[in-house]
Design a binder for this molecule. Structure first.
Ligand SMILES: *Cc1c(COP(=O)(O)O)cnc(C)c1O
Length: 417
């Protein structure tokens, strides 16, 4: 195969519009509801609550603002330790800090790439005062929500579910976003459906939904003037953004089917290579397949070293590494991405505790700096660092054609030659 760069860039995951978005935006314009009030907002709240199966969906400016108000509802106070997913986008944990909370990072499990329930249990032993857990579903694959839920219940902790990446994914037939006491979803531009921006807080509690509505519109009290008893925020979704979301909602299932086909095509295309896809257990869950990811077998990794802002690798026959593959993908005008760098490895969170299934993860050296601890499987005990080291996100845009995907697969195969 003679490989030439794509004329038009193949994105990691870009917005896919269908036309109806324009109709609802136009409606907002023509009726002059160019505001944070209007029919589109009412409709997306109603439709999403129904689709997901939660009592209330409150439309907000973004997923991060939904998570911020979730932290307030969870009652985080300055100095409180909060047990958080470690391998995730930093928007999962920053809202904890907005409220003065102190994130304690919980290591990742190998079988879902989400918060490890064993490590969570360990964390409650080490941090018994923690009363809030924030768990994300990475790349659209549900974590072990039942286990996480029952550990939270046993310790009287509130579970905040970050379902920003997993809209439409199910666990034992139930939608993600319904397992947390409070959950957040996102309509950011690269999510499975988008409003260009926007997000929602999900809850079964009428009281929590009402508080969220009030806080997100500057906390006005019922009075003839602007009366304030509580701190307010300008976090409400715009009726124009809601128009885009409203137009996208009917296409959620179609997008999921396209993303699943992309995942399966990669899986098939990588047969015989020393790699695996981001894992899930089809007998308990159905992901939304937002991003397809790959993990290189430990013994097929060429030498790769990452500093704080640069990476180096040594190319080797039969082996490869994420840096080499990402460069090869970029060279044909396609977009891949490293795995989310775990929070415990981020300079901003270097002083925070990190708990692996073996206990205090800070006591172990990073496995990729000499002397790192390994488990019985010979793999590093620091699972997040290991997946970050060996994994990457593949171009997963639902407008990518099968022919383009075949070229990407071929380019990756050549990295292992
Ligand atoms: C996208 C994302 C968010 C934040 O959503 P925004 O709408 O961009 O604020 C939060 N958590 C995770 C895991 C995400 O991927």
């Amino acid at each position: 195969m003679d490989i030439k760069p794509f004329e038009k860039k193949v994105w990691l995951s870009s917005p896919t519009m269908h036309g109806e978005e324009l109709k609802y935006i136009t409606e907002a314009y023509e009726t002059n509801w160019m505001s944070t009030v209007g029919e589109n907002i009412n409709e997306v709240e109603r439709q999403m609550a129904e689709k997901i199966g939660c009592g209330y969906a409150v439309a907000l400016s973004c997923g991060t603002s939904a998570l911020h108000l979730a932290m307030k509802l969870a009652g985080i106070k300055p100095g409180d330790e909060v047990l958080c997913s470690d391998m995730t986008f930093d928007a999962t944990v920053n809202p904890v800090v907005y409220e003065g909370g102190v994130p304690v990072f919980i290591d990742t499990e190998r079988d879902t790439w989400n918060m490890d329930p064993v490590a969570l249990e360990k964390a409650f032993e080490l941090h018994p005062t923690a009363k809030v857990v924030v768990a994300a579903h990475l790349y659209g694959t549900p974590g072990k929500v039942e286990e996480l839920r029952s550990i939270c219940d046993a310790h009287g902790a509130v579970l905040v579910e970050d379902a920003a990446e997993s809209l439409g994914a199910t666990y034992k037939g139930r939608q993600t976003g319904t397992f947390g006491d409070i959950s957040a979803i996102s309509f950011n531009g690269n999510k499975i459906i988008t409003g260009s921006a926007g997000g929602m807080l999900l809850t079964d509690s009428k009281e929590a939904a009402n508080k969220t509505r009030k806080w997100s519109t500057q906390s006005r009290e019922a009075a003839p003037w602007y009366q304030h008893e509580e701190l307010g925020y300008n976090y409400r979704m715009s009726n124009v953004i809601a128009g885009v979301v409203r137009g996208q909602i009917p296409y959620l299932e179609e997008h999921i089917a396209q993303k699943k086909a992309i995942y399966m095509r990669y899986k098939e295309g990588f047969k015989g290579l020393p790699v695996s896809m981001n894992p899930y257990n089809p007998s308990v869950c159905e992901p939304n397949f937002w991003l397809s990811c790959m993990l290189i077998d430990a013994n097929a990794m060429c030498k790769q070293v990452r500093g704080e802002s640069e990476a180096l690798y040594v190319s080797e026959p039969g082996k490869s590494c994420p840096t080499e593959i990402l460069e090869a993908i970029a060279a044909i005008n396609a977009e891949g991405r490293p795995i989310w760098k775990p929070m415990h490895m981020q300079p901003i969170y270097r002083m925070n505790a990190f708990v692996t299934r073996e206990g205090n993860g800070r006591a172990k050296t990073n496995a990729y700096i000499s002397g790192g601890a390994t488990g019985a499987d010979g793999l590093p005990l620091d699972v997040g660092a290991d997946i970050f080291h060996r994994g990457l996100c593949l171009p997963s845009d639902n407008k990518m054609t099968p022919e383009q995907q075949d070229v990407i697969i071929e380019v990756i195969r050549r990295c292992f030659e």
